[in-house]
Design a protein. Sequence first.
Length: 419
Amino acid sequence: MQIYETFGNYVDQWSRTDPQRARWLLKTGWEVQDIRYRVLPQRELMPADRYLARVMMDRMLQPLKRPEQSAVVSIFTPCELLQEVGLSPYNVEGFSSYISASCAGQGCLQQAENSGISETLCSYHKTFIGAAERGLLPKPRCVVYTNLTCDANLVTFRHLAQLFDVPSFAIDVPMQQNEENVEYVAGQLREMAAFLEKCTGTAVDEARLKERMRRSRRTLENYERFQELRMDRYVPSDLVTPMFAGIANQLFLGTKEQEAYTEMLLREVRRAEPAAGKRIYWMHTIPFWSEAVKKELSLQRSAQIVGCEMSEFCSSDFEPEHPYEAMAKRMVYNGINGSVIRRIERGIESAKRVRADGAVWFCHWGCKHTLGGAQLAKKRFEAAGIPLLILDGDGCDQSHGGEGQTSTRLGAFLEMLQA
């Protein structure tokens, strides 16, 4: 841990005086981590999850290496269109998680607040904004985002487009699930394709796009099948792999790498040991940095996370031969779009699929949708026979604190499940 803190301190210090040097250090450090994932992988994890860690690191490095071939995106942006025009997703939530894990996030958070960004804005967004304002992050080709579920998007991505001085495209997703809204969003996605073609000078080939959508559907079908099969299997999990899967099942759909990952999962889960310990389904982000949560749930046989809402927002129920409508349906019918009741019922269904013994509803600071639905979620989960623990914290900001309370409450919850 001392190495990471020293590395983060240098990135923080240099970003104040020499952003180019700080960016070089960040890229070099992540390249070293990429090598480490290949040479010294975490043996406790399944080979598929080790592979995903390498894919994630490669994807995070691409905007640092080739920023002109990247687009800043929100987590729910359909990226098959980006792939068709040769752009990599430069994702705010994913990038901020890696900056935080590199112990370089605190200065970025402070920078954002000093420039007038509200303290209550999501820390994933504040971290990225602060890093961009310091010059730590390179200028992308463009910005593409959606208003889907997260009100921070409307502040963050407009600010970033102005800061980087690049064109931007916003996708408006209505809350109601119906075919009229699917058509409305599909029309916007066609406009998005034209926007990307203009930005890059590369045309979207509809035949190739359809093939990408077929691959996206196969990928999601594989992951859904994996979740069904793991109900009676022990699949070791740390705190970052479910979040990796969440990002990948949103932003890497349509890629051969993501389909390969889900195919590996299916092969390996069939050979896994019988289920062991208590099984926890996690709602919302996971505080990967929390020692209290690591102690109880990271690579533990006594209790482990067997599913995470973040990785199951998208359904495979779409028709690839109509690619724009397919992407639109994935957004309109996204598990977190609409009322919190809909989100809760989707979570209960997913928790039952993996035979969860209990669930955690994580109230990430700054996410009003999650905070506001906590008590209703507790009532509905427990009515469905699934005990639920509400935890308060922050998925990205490591200075948030509350470790003592987290340890006490999570420990007591797991003891109750054991009893």
